[in-house]
Write a protein of this length. Structure first.
Length: 369
């Protein structure tokens, strides 16, 4: 294969040379990029041992055992061809392994990352390690638990930009506070264009705030490691009653992935929201991180999402918007315009001067768009 191409900083995707077919595009985690390189070259025996450990993890944990065998056979071909021997930087070896992991079934939840600092000595899932969890909790807090922008747009339209759905036990209060700040707006725009994943429990919490009662099942996940199905339900909240009848618009893009897609899918399929933007990327297999070697992390899917309405999921297909917007950065403008139109359509006859002035303001905004 030769030397693997470098990734450009700040990009979520690596595009293989050749045609623009979707399957040749691979998603990598935002935190993929390391700040240092390996001091010692990666020799053939070391890379072969790494692949051997990787395949053992795949066979024991990957959600589809028969596919795991195919992926391992593909990796062994690359090892035998000596394609990892010349990769003397940890991040390049991780990139090559990621590309080859995704060659068989294009599962973008499969990836390897190289860390400059050693990983905790943990044979099981890294999430079970207290040191690992403490670091993830700190990173989540520094990300403001996914809340990147809360704004009241002209016409009293709420806007919430969520970039990641962190654990609800960590970020639930922050997300709830952001929504609480917007409860007096007349419509809500939920921006998931850059929401690259997270936890279904947070998706259920957000749905609880914007879906009317009674509680409902939004998704189930079958976990291979536990051979059990976990259900995710909404709960009744005070915010839910405030938002139940207000127009809701969700922005999506090809960057919207995994739990971000789950949230968009639920709100769209329940008829609660209008989805605006472009087709999402299609990732429905939640996973966990494992330590391959002191500096190598493997993330692999150990679960499969089940839509309670269809029994299927959106893996490899993505979520289709109700309103397709191909022009870059026009999704928010489109949603704002539709929100103002919806406010006028749902408005009751004004009973005082304040309401008359507000509706005149909305009409004026629309006229200038």
């Amino acid at each position: 294969m030769g030397r693997a191409p470098r990734l450009r900083t700040g990009r979520n995707f690596y595009q293989l040379p050749g045609s623009g077919a979707r399957r040749r595009q691979f998603r990598l985690p935002d935190s993929f990029y390391a700040t240092e390189v390996m001091n010692d070259p990666t020799d053939p025996s070391a890379s072969a041992a790494l692949v051997s450990t990787l395949c053992a993890k795949l066979r024991a944990n990957y959600i589809f055992p028969e596919v795991a065998e195919q992926i391992c056979a593909n990796l062994e071909k690359h090892v035998q061809a000596g394609e990892y021997a010349g990769l003397d930087e940890g991040e390049l070896l991780a990139l090559a392994l990621t590309i080859h992991l995704q060659e068989v079934n294009h599962d973008e939840h499969l990836w390897v990352r190289w860390h400059a600092d050693p990983l905790p000595d943990e044979d099981d899932q890294l999430r079970l390690n207290p040191e690992w969890q403490a670091q993830r909790r700190l990173e989540a807090a520094q990300d403001n638990f996914g809340v990147h922008q809360v704004e009241r747009l002209p016409g009293n339209v709420g806007y919430l930009d969520l970039r990641y759905l962190h654990r609800p036990e960590w970020g639930g209060e922050t997300v709830t506070a952001a929504l609480q700040c917007l409860t007096n707006t007349q419509a809500l725009i939920l921006d998931l264009r850059h929401c690259t994943g997270g936890y279904p429990g947070m998706a259920a919490l957000i749905c609880s705030h914007v879906l009317p009662p009674p509680p409902r099942l939004i998704a189930s996940i079958y976990w291979r490691d536990e051979d059990a199905v976990q259900e995710f339900w909404t709960q009744e909240t005070s915010l839910g009653s405030n938002y139940a009848d207000k127009p809701l618009f969700v922005l999506i893009s090809k960057e919207t992935f995994s739990a971000g897609e789950l949230l968009a899918h639920v709100l769209g399929s329940q008829g609660r929201a209008t989805l605006i933007g472009e087709q999402t990327d299609g990732g429905a297999h939640p996973g966990a991180s494992y330590r391959l070697a002191p500096h190598f992390e493997l993330f692999l899917p150990i679960g499969r999402t089940i839509d309670p309405q269809t029994g299927g999921d959106w893996e490899g297909v993505g979520i289709t918007p109700d309103v397709a917007v191909l022009e870059s950065y026009q999704e928010q403008t489109t949603a704002h315009k539709l929100a103002l139109q919806a406010i006028l359509e749902h408005a009751l006859p004004p009973v005082n001067d304040c309401e008359v002035q507000y509706l005149d303001e909305v009409r004026g905004l629309l006229a200038r768009m």
